[in-house]
Design a protein around this ligand. Structure first.
Ligand code: SF4
Length: 105
């Protein structure tokens, strides 16, 4: 009888470990897929953020400028999107642009 209880306890512990592992990995997956900045978000409107720099009409904008070559872009230049220090917890399009643009050295 003690042996059966020990086996049940082990199975229970293994299930707990599996559940914790699943929760941990799903949390990581969620963290990696941050939502995109919406052009209509108040901060995006204030900074004139556009998901496609081709549509930007702003006095500061110069052709060739895009999130992918901005110092605040946290993705790789080849990524379609990445984080930005201006919009924590969200992603910007690598083809995007906003008035806080600063050329990457
Ligand atoms: S600060 Fe740079 S990376 Fe962030 S949205 Fe503006 S242009 Fe894009």
């Amino acid at each position: 009888m003690d042996r059966k209880i020990e086996m049940e306890r082990r199975v229970f512990v293994m299930k707990l470990v599996s559940a914790a592992t699943l929760l941990g990995s799903s949390g990581l997956a969620l963290a990696e897929t941050k939502p995109m900045v919406n052009e209509a978000d108040p901060q995006a409107v204030n900074l004139n953020y556009k998901a496609d720099a081709a549509g930007v009409k702003h006095a500061k904008f110069k052709p060739g400028q895009a999130c992918s070559n901005c110092v605040l872009f946290q993705g790789k230049p080849t990524d379609a999107a990445g984080g930005c220090g201006i919009f924590p917890g969200k992603q910007v399009a690598s083809k995007g642009w906003c008035a806080a643009y600063a050329k990457k050295a």
